[in-house]
Design a protein around this ligand. Sequence first.
Ligand code: G3I
Length: 397
Amino acid sequence: MKLSRLAVIGTTVGTAAVLGISTAAMATSGAPAAPKHPAAASATTVAPDSLRALAAKIGLRIGTAAGPSRLTTPQLAAITAGQFSVLTPENEMKWQVVEPTQGQFDWTGADNLVKFAKANGQLVRGHTLMWHSQLPDWLTTGVANGTISDAQLKSLLHQHITTEVSRYKGKIWQWDVANEVFANSWDTAQPDGLNANDFWIQHLGSGILADAFRWAHAADPHALLCYNDFNIAGEDGTNAKYQNVHDFVAKLKAQGVPIDCVGEQGHLDTQYGFSGTRMQQDLQGYASLGLKVAITEADVRTFVNNATDQVPTSNPETLAQPYEFGQMLKACLAVKNCISFTIWGFDDAESWVPGVFAGEGYSDIYDVNLNKKDAYFELQQDLRLAAFGAPDRRRTF
Ligand code: G3I
């Protein structure tokens, strides 16, 4: 059921690409009229050599994270619509944004993204239901001062997941149900590998993961439900975090918890090195449990001259950046159960990286002036080769 939906839409996009049909027209033909959205008018024709058209040929969804400007600024919106077949709201579905005041909801950003996606023949990855970051102040303050007990917190999370997933029932392809709750090498790990200091684990214990997946499934039984994290496929030196996530989700599966996929974020930094082979093995490890896998937030940062121009300060790094992007895509392409490859944004100017990692940037596939970078051409070439069978990836879903 879940898979056939993907196959049908994947075929439509591929056909539209070949025929040069606009994504907006494609989304409306033969189906109930899509809601009118300002961005639909700016939707571009899907070019046959675009990332989304090439990926459609091999049954892969290629995605981007989109904040409001990537949906409304004409030049950005044209890329969002023309190059990608699945969208993730960068911040617009996070709890802090959708319920800034308790009981008062603001769905504007999330609704806009869902409408944009529909108008442009794209799917949506919902992001994210249970995360320690970007929680509403009323919630964290209440927990800190004791006016919200742990029992109430659990009930509020249940309500949050039910409200949000129900609102978008049938419109979300994959949900990141739980995000970043496992320990890194620098965190304090519980025996089961979960981060002992994570907000949710601290207050509600490890069992909250199973609850969160069950609540999401009850609200939308057809959405694919994912666990999403970083350093869980190839980047962690010891691979301990991969093993912990693998063993934990294996247990969830064995208990009948409705978990469908694991999302590896793929936030790389050229200074640390990275093994594409290890990433492929780890993605395959999750897939062997009967799960789908996805690269959900790919970007590759490096040291730059300044946050405005974002010119790499070393030549080898300029080569490493597209190379590592390609390694991630190849790892995904080599694993049959890898269903989507999402880049966290697409242009350096709007990236989250310079604001968080001082001195770093150049992490995306378009530069600050919206020119395609080597990383774009690397991904394009990988997809082209994959369509010709190298590596052999036939559409199987
Ligand atoms: O919207 C407010 C605005 O009202 C305020 O004036 C301004 C002042 O700082 O902040 C704005 O909020 C910012 C928000 O992005 C929207 O732009 C937050 O400060 C800023 O912290 C937030 O950053 C986001 C970050 O998650 C928060 O942790 C990034 O855009 C977003 O790319 C990033 O995404 C995360 C994924 O969700 C999970 N995985 C890691 C990834 C990168 O950190």
